[in-house]
Design a protein around this ligand. Sequence first.
Ligand SMILES: Nc1ncnc2c1ncn2[C@@H]1O[C@H](COP(=O)(O)OP(=O)(O)O)[C@@H](O)[C@H]1O
Ligand SMILES: [Mg+2]
Length: 319
Amino acid sequence: MSAYDPRSPSTLGAVTEPEQTPERQAGDPGVPGQVPPIPAGEPHAPAPAVVHHDVVDHAIEKPVFETEDLSVHYGGKPAVLDVTMKVPQKEITAFIGPSGCGKSTILRCFDRMNDLIPAASVGGRVLYHGIDLYAADVDAVQVRKRIGMVFQKPNPFPKAIYENIAFGPRVLGMKGNMDEIVETALRRASLWDDVKDRLKDNAFGMSGGQQQRLCIARALATNPDVLLMDEPCSALDPISTGRIEDLMHELKETVSIVIVTHNMQQAARVSDRTAFFIVDLSAGEENRIGRLVEYGPTDRIFTNPHDTRTEEYVSGKFG
Ligand SMILES: Nc1ncnc2c1ncn2[C@@H]1O[C@H](COP(=O)(O)OP(=O)(O)O)[C@@H](O)[C@H]1O
Ligand SMILES: [Mg+2]
């Protein structure tokens, strides 16, 4: 435990060299970093001409995550299929798309939270700094201390503010002065000045926005290198939302962030890259399948989408 270094992927388990796979070809070699345009079609068309195409962003050289044909089934039914993408380090990546397209499901693959859902089965690969996250020798608990998660509804423990932050580091046996660990985490979450005089108060007495920043501080306390955020602002007012967005900008200096948001303005404001997912209904209303349609730099996704469905979604025509 004493040799634990939160930034060293090697403590996850055996390091396996990523296989040297040739770059994918989706029929069209395309332009590196760009997605070839596909024929126009109705969004949610019964049989889109192309339901999935190459969305690997070649511009990302050292991804924190890389997925290869990642698919998740619940109880044997496909929920999201064939997601191949690279998530860059120290940037903010946004997942957008209509409800049910699999954004949360894919996010949960990045910290193996789907392991906790008995019906879920994960296929394909997820590499974290080149390590196969789902390899037999990788400890899911180790993964989750490296990769923090923040949820839609703030979920502090019914304990003192201090204890909320100290909990994770204590469980993990982190070395160092606990007061300092707590203060550092609260400062990183822009919460220290709000709470420094009431660290012993119950966290439930805080406002919703403060509770969410406490959950971010709690996630940061174990020094993760990734923060996964699933609609972290959807229960918050605009001022609290703005504070969280400012905080995300500060945090990306030190952590890689993936955020699911149903708010396109938020994706446009905060993220460096955006991944757009759809619900593919081509196999019938009963078989709703989430698919990644387009992925790239956020400004390009919003100003020059290559896929008609992306264009219609970002211009508010559906979803
Ligand atoms: N725990 C679960 N059990 C069964 N099906 C689920 C579960 N979680 C999600 N799903 C299904 O997987 C699909 C994708 O859901 P989700 O990842 O929550 O989408 P999003 O976050 O984009 O709204 C949906 O069809 C949803 O009903
Ligand atoms: Mg969701």
